[in-house]
Design a binder for this molecule. Structure first.
Ligand code: PMP
Length: 471
């Protein structure tokens, strides 16, 4: 439920949006008859209803109601080349034309080339493809448990690794319940969640405590080197180095979950930028070139547990659509393109990201609302296309950890998670939970439009804000 203060504003936004997008509203009613909440993937089913899309090109989407919307969500951050990038769609069109691409169930050269480029760009020995990041993180944990013969899994509070049994704990912050300890789903075996320890992101001292207590029972530590849902923050080198040192000391498998970070900051893994190689990396999103591709990549001795005849063979084996041929073609084409154009693409994306983050902060500030953006570079990342807007209760406070940015006592999470997205959508700008990224399809010309939208959002919400504490 929204805070009392926002009930009125949200009610107004819901009403206005219903008038703004009547066709999407009508389609929602039809959708709800056959699909729970009217669709799939809870996050994209925004309230009161999502825009129903008819076309998407580059940085923009078009909805049923004729709105041309600047989209920063970009395929759950998968579409770094924008929607329907010709380099990928043309490769797919040619393949389909030639009668190639939907012959699922066989293997071919394209798949080998996709594996080669992924390993080359990430420093992995071996890769196995699957069809979602969720499956990737689940298999990486199964591999770690088989490799070490241990049961416990450590993740960080605010870390999202998909909805799979070991990852459904400690995602959302519950102030009255010690922060990030909640089991997030019914139906998950208690035996599994009991084996999950939740540590802190970017808090090396907590890692040390956790390893001291549980290190010799732990199979793996899974962590995003750039945390997405938990606040869009890059890990410090000290934190990742501590994780590497402790996992080595205790014989624990270190997994970098780079489903968001992989190919986002460079044409490869983020571990490579830190110069810290994990044992396994999970990838998804961008590596698929817009198609459903994910991967577990890493050390040969661990990955070889999926091999026929392995002594503790891991059942990372099925998946009708694993390494689907058309998906592999999109993956190979997309990753090749990013690798070939790495030196133009990433600096430009970093510059656009920096300008967007500044734009949000300055525009809200000019309108009397304190807003700070995370997602920026940190001295190791040369630049970043990501952003997440936060609204601190105390003027200018910047979150340093998920515990801070998700804490309603410090930041106005109702505003960022429930209100602002819808206010932006009424200005034809799409983001989710104040979170998004620039793609190569964005240009400088998008920025004045974004600034105008942001100003109108700020003016709309300002009268509903309670006065802030002085700094
Ligand atoms: N890991 C991370 C870091 C993610 O952000 C996500 C998805 N947002 C996943 C895993 C799960 O990936 P998928 O949605 O492809 O299953």
């Amino acid at each position: 439920m929204a805070d009392k203060a926002y009930e009125k504003l949200l009610g107004e936004l819901f009403d206005e949006y219903s008038r703004f997008a009547p066709k999407s509203k009508e389609l929602q009613q039809r959708a709800e008859k056959r699909m729970v909440n009217g669709g799939n993937h809870t996050l994209r089913l925004i309230e009161p209803f999502p825009p129903r899309i008819v076309a998407a090109h580059g940085g923009w989407i078009d909805d049923e109601d004729g709105h041309h919307i600047l989209d920063f969500w970009q395929g759950h951050l998968a579409n770094i080349l924008g929607h329907n990038p010709p380099v990928v769609t043309q490769a797919l069109a040619r393949a389909f034309e030639e009668g190639w691409g939907l012959q699922t169930g066989f293997t071919d050269q394209v798949q080998i080339e996709a594996a080669e480029i992924l390993c080359r760009q990430t420093g992995a020995d071996r890769v196995r493809f699957t069809s979602s990041g969720t499956l990737g993180t689940m298999y990486s944990i199964m591999l770690s448990r088989a490799y070490t013969g241990r049961r416990m899994v450590m993740k960080v509070g605010g870390g999202w690794h998909g909805a799979q049994p070991w990852a459904l704990k400690g995602i959302h912050f519950v102030p009255q319940d010690l922060g990030f300890q909640k089991v997030e789903s019914a139906g998950v075996p208690v035996g599994v969640t009991d084996q999950v320890i939740v540590s802190g992101f970017n808090q090396p001292e907590r890692l040390e405590d956790h390893f001291r207590e549980y290190g010799d029972q732990m199979a793996c530590f899974i962590v995003e080197p750039f945390i997405g849902v938990g606040g869009n923050m890059a890990a410090s080198r000290e934190y990742l180095q501590t994780a590497r040192d402790l996992t080595e000391r205790y014989g624990v498998v270190l997994i970098f979950d780079e489903v968001i970070a992989g190919f986002r900051f460079r044409a490869g893994n983020l571990g490579g930028l830190y110069g810290i190689q994990p044992d396994l990396t999970t990838l998804g999103k961008i590596i698929g070139g817009g198609m459903p591709v994910a991967a577990v990549a890493g050390r040969a001795d661990i990955m070889n547990l999926v091999a026929r005849g392995a002594s503790r063979q891991v059942g990372f084996s099925g998946g009708t659509y694993s390494a689907h041929p058309a998906s592999m073609l999109a993956a190979r084409t997309g990753m090749n393109y990013l690798a070939e154009h790495e030196h133009e693409i990433y600096p430009r994306l970093g510059e656009l990201g920096e300008r967007a983050r500044r734009l949000f902060e300055e525009t809200f500030q000019q309108e009397g609302i304190s807003a700070v953006c995370t997602g920026g570079a940190n001295g190791i990342l040369p630049g970043s296309s990501m952003f997440m807007i936060h609204f601190p209760h105390r003027e200018g406070m910047r979150p340093r950890t998920p515990e801070e940015c998700c804490n309603p006592a410090l930041f106005d999470v109702t505003l960022s998670q429930k209100v602002v997205d819808l206010a932006f959508l009424l200005e034809n700008v799409f983001m989710l939970h104040c979170h998004g990224a620039m793609s190569t399809a964005n240009t400088e010309d998008d920025l004045p439009f974004l600034e105008q939208a942001c100003r109108r959002v700020a003016r709309r919400i300002k009268p509903h804000l309670t006065p802030r504490q002085p700094s």
